[in-house]
Ligand binder design. Structure first.
Ligand SMILES: [Zn+2]
Length: 271
């Protein structure tokens, strides 16, 4: 069994505030220790279910949060940025399943720990009537390669978002969001046991979710401010809809996704 893991930081055990997810500082260092501990538990579950090839994408910020030391021999760590597929670098048709670890809810979700979609310039992302966040984008990209989204860990809102989009997906809730920077935390030792057991069960399940199919509709991206959209609309394949919104069309979802990343990176050239 060959697996892909995207691991973010906001949905990791013990992570609650912006300071925890910063590049530097004591809180950030502690959060990275929690990130590695959650990953180790997930990898134990993968190994117990017979996985022998796992590509892990360090998907938070600059992708330099995890040290590869002492990872199991079956793991490959994609580290650093930028990469062509950003949070999903390493995902391809050779994988049998995709796991999303330490994920957070989409921008605008109430009582969700550190909710956002990619950066703080995105107000909302939609495909047709479907509003999606980072999990939804990842599940659609995986689906296009025939890879099912099998598992997500994060807070209760991220887990609910995943289950709404991919019925039957296995989830582990490591904390309950109280407010954007407040949560009821489960004890990490307990969450590690849950992560290990839930991952193993998800991979052993007879009834796994089907790969998520894209309906062919453009991705509609609404920014928080007009100037971000002004920068993003220079990306080919986009159509400006209003002050803060543009659409990104493509022949495949991979093409749409690359346009989405280009729009985000362009928007980041403004403060
Ligand atoms: Zn994220």
């Amino acid at each position: 069994m060959k697996l892909f893991i995207a691991i973010d930081l906001e949905g990791i055990s013990g992570v609650v505030t912006e300071a925890d997810t910063a590049r530097e500082g004591a809180a950030a260092e502690r959060a990275r220790v929690h990130m590695r501990a959650d990953l180790d538990a997930v990898l134990e579950g993968c190994a117990a279910a017979g996985a022998r090839d796992v590509v892990i994408c360090d998907a938070h910020d600059d992708g330099r949060n995890l040290d590869p030391s002492d990872l199991p021999g079956f793991a490959t760590l994609v580290s650093g940025s930028p990469t062509p597929l950003s949070m999903l670098q390493g995902l391809g048709p050779d994988r049998d399943g995709a796991l999303f670890v330490g994920y957070h809810a989409m921008a605008g979700t109430q009582a969700a720990v550190l909710e956002h979609t990619w950066n703080y310039k995105v107000y909302a992302a939609r495909v047709g009537e479907l509003e999606i966040g980072e999990f939804g984008v990842g599940a659609l990209l995986a689906g296009e390669s025939g890879v099912p989204a099998l598992y997500l860990s994060g807070d209760d809102k991220a887990a609910a978002e995943a289950r709404a989009l991919v019925p039957g997906i296995a989830t582990t809730v490591v904390k309950t969001g109280v407010r954007r920077e407040a949560a009821a935390l489960r004890v990490p030792g307990e969450t590690h046991e849950l992560l290990r057991a839930d991952v193993e069960a998800a991979l052993r399940a007879q009834d796994k979710p089907a790969p998520l199919a894209w309906n062919g509709e453009p991705l509609r991206l609404t920014f928080t401010r007009v100037q971000f959209c002004d920068l993003a609309e220079t990306c080919p394949g986009t159509t400006r809809l209003d002050g803060r919104t543009l659409e990104i069309a493509g022949e495949t979802f991979t093409e749409v996704y690359r346009g989405f990343l280009a729009c985000l990176r362009l928007s980041e050239s403004a403060g």
